[in-house]
Each structure stands twice: as C-alpha cells, then as structure tokens.
Design a protein around this ligand. Structure first.
Ligand code: AQP
Length: 326
C-alpha cells in the first residue's frame, strides 16, 4: 500500500507566499509523484481558534479552497475536503485530549505567540495541536508536508501516536514532517517575525495584483547599506527577500546576487516584484476561472469529504474500540 500524506490550510485569512513556499508547493509536487495517497484539507475548525468575523468566514473558506485548487491541488489525484465536513476529526481530537498532558499544550510556542499577538487564550487555541494530531492520525499518515513553524506541533502528533500505541495497542504510525530546510518566510515589515496571515501588514498574498506586489516589495524593510549580499545574521531583511526571489523564480541565490552586482536595492526590489508577479501569473488566471463557479468548488469539497469519511469512520471505530468504548 502507498504511504499516506496529510496536510491542511487554515482559512484564517488569505494565502501568502509563506504558506505557498513552506507547504503548498511541496504538497502539489508530492501529489504529482503518485507515490503517495494524499489527503489535503481546508482546516476551517482551526481557523475558529483566532479572532474572526462570522460574516466573513465562509468567504475566507471559499477563497482558500479556490486558492488551493488554482495552485494545483488536484481532486483527481488527492482527496481534497473541508475539515468540518468530517465530524470524526473533532471526535478523535476529544479522545486524544484525554491522553494529552495540558502542560505540553501550555508550552507550545505558537500558543504563547498567538496570545502575545492579542489572540484570546481560549481552549480551542490551547487544544489546536491535538486537533491537528487528529487530522493527521485519522488517515494514518506517514508524512506531513508542513512549514518549519509547525515542527513543534508535529512532534506533539508523534507523541500522541506513541502514547496511544503504548497504552491501547499499536495502530498509528509516527508521522514524519517533510520540511524545506531553512524555509521560513519572514514578514516584509519585520524580518524577526514569520510572514503570517494574522499579521497582514507584512504579507505578500498570492492574490495581490502586480501593482500591489510592486508597492509592497518596494516598501519592504531592508538593512543598512546598499549592496546585495546574503547574510541572514547581519542582513536578515535582505536575506528574506533573496530567499523569496530564489524560491519564486527557481534561481539559486548566488546567481541572483551575481546578476545584481553593482546594482542597488531599488533595482533589486523591482526585479524581485517582477519575478513574484510572473511566477503567479498563471495562478491568477486559473483562480479567476475556478472562483466563477462556486457550486463546483463546494461539490468538489463534498465529493472529497465522502472519500475521506470512509477512512475517518473506520479509524474512529478502531480507536473507540481500543480505548474501551465499544
Ligand atoms: N512564513 C512562513 N514560512 C514558511 N511556511 C509557512 N507556513 C505558514 N507560514 C509560513 C506554513 O504554511 C502551511 C499552511 O499554514 P496554515 O494555513 O495552516 O496556518 P499557519 O501555519 O498558522 O499560517 P499563518 O499564515 O501563520 O496563519 P495564522 O497567522 O492565521 O496563524 C503550514 O504548513 C505552515 O507551516
């Protein structure tokens, strides 16, 4: 049997290039290799752990599904669905809650960061990594393509799988992350923070127009001096821009530096904006077409949910039996 891959996108705002380069790009490539059973989903329950406007949430969910499809998540190759359509996810999360120490959840870096950013310290935010473990273990995933920022959460998933297997009998693999080493895209206005949907000022969105991209890149913070060099310690803002440039244009950083010898930040930034815009041109076209048929998008998600539910209900029954409920 092929190994399984699971990954989710949280509709807590618009998709930015950090989400794309950190995770979606890898997910699409893995789906195309046909070596894996891929499950990709819109993590709408996760999005409720942060402040949000109910009147805007369903549009955000729809937009994220459209983005994923336009980027290349292919429902013929992958099971693509919405988390809340599969009731088993929240159900399994509850069962995992009962074997997860609260101390571990309170120690999660992202939990503390979100509270510092002004998010409410609700139980959903605290338990977010347990629901994530349920999302992954539900399909007995062996691999999870995620951004580096999710390393700690994935470690907790592995802990939960280990604890469960030890206590109740082995049924779960310990999933491994598929990370792109060192790829954590930073905010355009603060290279100390990761680019994050909840910090919109520093985001370069996939749906930004070429004009908006140019404007945002031109006003991105840079470091002192004017020379284009790659030095993440001394010039973290420039290093971030070089990383984005390299990943979006599939050009080695060395080559970009070579091409900008003797040129200043302004020319570099205009070229970067151009590289990002042209890399996203076909996405923009596809997106327009997919978004024009909202019924088809919903139907695609429901069809995906039907497929996912078959595995999800089997796993939940198995877990309930092992835990002594059946
Ligand atoms: N800045 C980033 N660099 C690299 N990878 C990133 N990811 C997120 N930000 C970066 C990865 O993108 C995937 C999808 O993320 P998500 O939608 O599950 O939510 P997130 O990780 O919480 O992303 P955000 O943008 O930071 O959202 P908010 O602000 O709402 O919390 C994940 O695999 C993630 O690692």
């Amino acid at each position: 049997m092929k190994p399984t891959i699971v990954s989710g996108l949280k509709p807590s705002g618009k998709l930015h290039i950090g989400n794309y380069l950190g995770m979606t790009k890898q997910s699409i490539a893995l789906q195309s290799s046909e070596e894996f059973n891929c499950y990709y989903f819109i993590a709408d329950y996760h999005a409720l752990t942060q402040k949000y406007k109910p009147s805007e949430k369903s549009a955000e969910i729809f937009d994220m599904a459209v983005d994923a499809l336009a980027l290349g998540i292919d429902p013929k190759k992958s099971v693509f669905f919405m988390q809340s359509d599969i009731l088993e996810h929240a159900n399994l999360a509850w069962l995992f809650d009962c074997i997860t120490p609260t101390g571990k959840l309170q120690g999660m870096i992202e939990f503390r960061e979100k509270i510092e950013e002004g998010q409410p310290a609700n139980a959903g935010l605290l338990n977010y990594p347990v629901l994530m473990a349920a999302d992954i273990l539900m399909y007995k995933a062996s691999f999870v393509p995620v951004g580096e920022d999710q390393r700690q959460h994935l470690e907790l998933t592995r802990d939960i799988a280990r604890t469960f297997n030890k206590k109740f009998g082995k049924i779960f693999p310990e999933p491994k992350g598929i990370f792109v080493e060192g790829l954590r895209v930073k905010s355009l206005d603060n290279p100390k923070k990761k680019m994050s949907k909840s910090l919109p000022k520093g985001c370069l969105y996939l749906t930004d127009s070429p004009e908006a991209i140019k404007k945002k890149v031109r006003s991105a913070v840079t470091d002192s001096g004017n020379e284009i060099i790659f030095d993440p310690d001394k010039k973290p803002a420039l290093a971030n821009l070089l990383l984005i440039y390299s990943e979006m244009s599939d050009t080695p950083i060395k080559e970009i530096i070579e091409n900008h010898k003797g040129k200043g930040y302004k020319e570099f930034k205009d070229n970067l904006a151009e590289a990002v815009s042209s890399a996203l041109a076909s996405f923009r076209e596809k997106r327009k077409e997919i978004a024009s048929d909202s019924k088809k998008v919903r139907k695609t998600l429901l069809e995906g949910a039907e497929k996912a539910r078959v595995t999800a209900s089997k796993t939940l029954q198995e877990v309930k039996k092992k835990m002594g409920l059946i």
